[in-house]
Design a protein around this ligand. Structure first.
Ligand SMILES: NC(=O)c1ccc[n+]([C@@H]2O[C@H](COP(=O)([O-])OP(=O)(O)OC[C@H]3O[C@@H](n4cnc5c(N)ncnc54)[C@H](O)[C@@H]3O)[C@@H](O)[C@H]2O)c1
Length: 273
């Protein structure tokens, strides 16, 4: 029988950026269900407030905090608001991210800087704003949401792949530089997850089925798939996991050789039946 409180997150305080929608919202729900106290940081404050109210109605302790992760002052105020409302934070999820369509030949410098500003510099500024609380909590964990695009180039996405590769290394650097503060730092690299960020793709007829066929797990991912991994990395159950990346992509990166045309070897589901 499974121990219901196996993760030991009850009563602990966690901050999640970009928690009003998508993956961040999924992580907030997962943490609240595990009995944790949750701060939902987002610049879409009405949506974060609505989400916090929903969690509170189900008995969780949750607070919405208005915050722009590219602005140090906004982050300092947010960190103080979290401490005041919920207590000292013992874990942070750096999740707020943006994707913009542009090729490297054409991407404007403003757009390039904006993507790096949110997806990379914003993660550093947020980690720094919460560092005093993470230090004070004794043993803590930072989880950065990167992407499979940080390992494989994704064309026409401007700075996105570069920003996601950057956070994978910066996470390891945090783990090394802040080791004496007992702050662990790891990344999760999601594959294709159905969220508002990717909703326009799934509106295309047939796209979901073709994406599902590209994963060993045979389906598109859901925010809950990332949340389950994040909860584990935030918990003391992962105490010896540090400075690493965890791919949560349904085995998509193992499908490469299966996508190479090889007459006689590429079996369709029909042939196998
Ligand atoms: N959806 C996917 O398939 C997928 C795949 C790989 C990685 N990711 C990564 O997962 C993370 C979450 O993505 P998602 O799909 O849930 O996106 P989403 O667009 O659904 O949600 C992102 C949230 O971040 C908030 N946000 C954006 N910039 C902000 C800022 N500067 N300050 C405060 N809040 C801000 C938005 O308001 C929104 O609530 C991102 O880092 C994204 O790159 C997503």
């Amino acid at each position: 029988m499974q121990e219901p409180n196996w993760l030991g997150l009850q009563g602990k305080v966690f901050a999640i950026t970009g928690a009003a929608h998508g993956i961040g919202l999924g992580i907030a729900h997962g943490l609240a269900a595990a009995g944790a106290h949750v701060a939902l940081l987002d610049f879409d404050h009405p949506a974060a407030q609505e989400a916090a109210a929903t969690l509170a109605r189900s008995g969780a302790k949750a607070v919405a905090v208005h915050c722009d992760t590219t602005d140090s002052q906004s982050l300092a105020a947010a960190a103080e608001q979290v401490r005041h409302a919920l207590g000292t934070c013992s874990g942070l999820v750096n999740n707020a991210g943006i994707l913009r369509s542009a090729s490297l030949a054409d991407v404007g410098l403003d757009e390039w800087n904006r993507v790096l500003g949110v997806n990379l510099t914003g993660y550093l500024l947020t980690a720094r704003a919460f560092r005093p609380q993470l230090q004070a909590s004794g043993h803590s964990s930072i989880v950065h949401i990167a992407s499979i695009a940080g390992s494989f180039p994704q064309t026409h996405s401007g700075a996105y792949s570069a920003s996601k590769a950057g956070i994978r290394l910066m996470s390891r650097q945090i783990a090394v530089e802040w080791r004496n503060d007992h702050i662990r730092s790891n990344t999760i690299c999601p594959g294709m997850i159905r969220t508002p960020l990717s909703a326009a793709f799934y509106a295309q007829p047939g796209l979901e089925a073709s994406r599902a066929a590209m994963t060993a797990s045979g389906r598109v991912g859901e925010p809950e798939d990332i949340a389950n991994t994040a909860l584990f990395l935030l918990s003391a159950r992962s105490a010896y996991i540090n400075a690493t990346d965890i791919a949560v992509n349904g085995g998509m990166d193992a499908m490469l050789m299966d996508m190479v045309p090889r007459p006689g070897f590429n079996h369709t589901a029909k042939q196998e039946a």
